[in-house]
Ligand binder design. Structure first.
Ligand code: EPZ
Length: 426
């Protein structure tokens, strides 16, 4: 288990570069199953989740290799296996993105039903309903989803909820279906647009990605292509909050401003000075933080993946903020840990009522999910004294490439703790 110790109080300053998007890389890696030949993906972040997806592809008989820095090569031929291994899919629910491509490519897919996780039960019913609409026969047996379809046929599908994963799974499956598929109430996240752009380059006929109606005209086959992954908008937002909470002055490079519009608007409402210059954003926050109300929504609303980090920032605002989580049913675990650091927050239904305090105190804290962990790191940067973050490798490093190194390069006082006794003896 990897632990870090943060000594709070340092203002962040300087420049830092955002890595490629985890949530664009994962579906695009799954989409390579649809293609023939070698795909070269660049700007892929070096993360545990990426390595897990590479292992899933290898388990399907596909050759996939990560070569530093940030490139993945995937060779796909006509011998793709049908069954994804239980131990890998249960490690990372995004492995379920292989269902659509595997079914479309081979006519049969057996993928473990992903379990829930800390932030919610996260069912896949919308994925399954969408694939059944394309003619798939789907059974649930002994914890596996078994899907069969000699040939998928395009149809009109209305998603019950704009699920990111379901939109991606159905869109990938539809690329090789017969005829036209129309996905209505589709998710509009930038990662879906990036996936569509990869597929279009490979020969797919897709229009409307990024809107709530996506049309796909099926084709016979797709050819492997090269693709550069978009920047990670959630890492960008997390670094912006790290700069803001420490009242720092930081330039964050390799961003797409359109992807972080809602984050920029909310941070400006909180009194943070933000200036966008092409693919860079400067975050300068000399004064205090104002309270703002947040309601998480599917894109282009305020992203749920930024909610924990925003709560950490608003814990130090000069008033009360109401943060409402509408996407996941249990995404306030960070609140309990922030309260151990002195935050004044109470939970009421779907909302966290955050009464700003003057300071947070360093403490040993545990992250229960990826973004909760990011929130605790952000809080530790400004807390008085030392904050011990456990389980860096179990959660945080799944989604943030070298986050501690990036923060240290901006002046944060963070060091690795080899033994817990080093902390307890202090
Ligand atoms: C993607 O998860 C992201 N993960 C999540 O990021 C992100 O929080 C989420 O989209 C929402 O933006 C990846 O892209 C790998 P959903 P996904 O399907 O696709 C319910 C992170 O921290 N739902 O849009 O699983 C579901 O339970 C992760 O990087 C169903 O009910 O999210 C949830 O309440 C966390 N049935 C809501 O929809 C379904 O079939 C949104 O889920 C599918 C989803």
């Amino acid at each position: 288990m990897r632990r870090i110790l943060i000594v709070g109080g340092k203002r962040l300053a300087g420049e830092v570069e955002v890595s490629g998007s985890k949530n664009a890389s994962l579906p695009i890696l799954a989409a390579t199953i649809l293609t023939r030949g070698m795909s070269t993906l660049s700007s892929v972040p070096c993360l545990l989740d990426i390595l897990t997806m590479i292992r899933v592809l290898r388990a399907l008989g596909i050759r996939a290799e990560y070569s530093p820095p940030n490139t993945v090569k995937v060779w796909v031929n006509d011998h793709v296996k049908h069954i994804a291994p239980y131990e890998l899919v249960t490690k990372m629910r995004a492995s379920f993105f292989i269902m659509g491509p595997l079914l479309a490519r081979t006519g049969f897919a057996k993928v473990p039903l992903p379990g829930g996780c800390a932030i919610g039960s996260r069912p896949v019913n919308i994925h399954i309903k969408g694939l059944e609409a394309l003619g798939a026969k789907i059974e649930l047996e002994h914890g596996f989803v078994i899907a069969r379809a000699s040939k998928l046929k395009g149809d009109r599908i209305i998603l019950d909820f704009p699920s990111v994963g379901a939109t991606e799974n159905v869109m990938m499956a539809a690329t090789l279906a017969e005829g036209e598929t129309v996905i209505e109430n589709s998710a509009r996240e930038p990662e879906i647009v990036d996936l569509a752009n990869y597929l279009i380059k490979a020969g797919a006929k897709i229009s409307g990605a990024g809107t709530d109606i996506i049309k796909i005209e099926g084709v016979k086959e797709l050819n492997a292509v090269n693709h550069k992954i978009i920047p990670d908008r959630i890492e960008a937002g997390t670094l912006m909050i790290a700069a803001a909470i420490t009242r720092g002055d930081v330039v964050i490079k390799n961003i797409n401003a359109d992807h972080i519009d809602s984050i920029i608007l909310k941070l400006r409402s909180a009194g943070i000075e933000i200036s966008v210059n092409g693919n860079q954003v400067r975050v300068h926050s000399p004064d205090g933080i104002k309270p703002v109300d947040i309601i998480t929504q599917p894109f282009p609303g305020f992203p749920t993946d930024m909610q924990p980090q925003m709560v950490a920032l608003l814990a130090l605002a000069s008033g009360t903020s109401v943060v409402t989580e509408t996407v996941f049913e249990n995404r306030f675990m960070h609140v309990h840990e922030l309260k151990r650091m002195g935050a004044d927050i109470r939970l009421e239904g779907l909302s966290a009522i955050v009464n700003g305090v003057n300071k947070l105190e360093g403490a040993p804290v545990k992250s229960r999910d990826l973004r909760a962990g990011a929130a605790l790191i952000v809080a530790g940067l400004v807390a008085e004294g030392e904050t011990l973050i456990e389980d860096m490798d179990r959660f945080i490093e799944r989604g943030y490439e070298g986050i501690d190194k990036k923060l240290i390069s901006l002046g944060a006082d963070i060091r690795e703790l080899k033994n817990i006794s080093d902390y307890e003896d202090e």
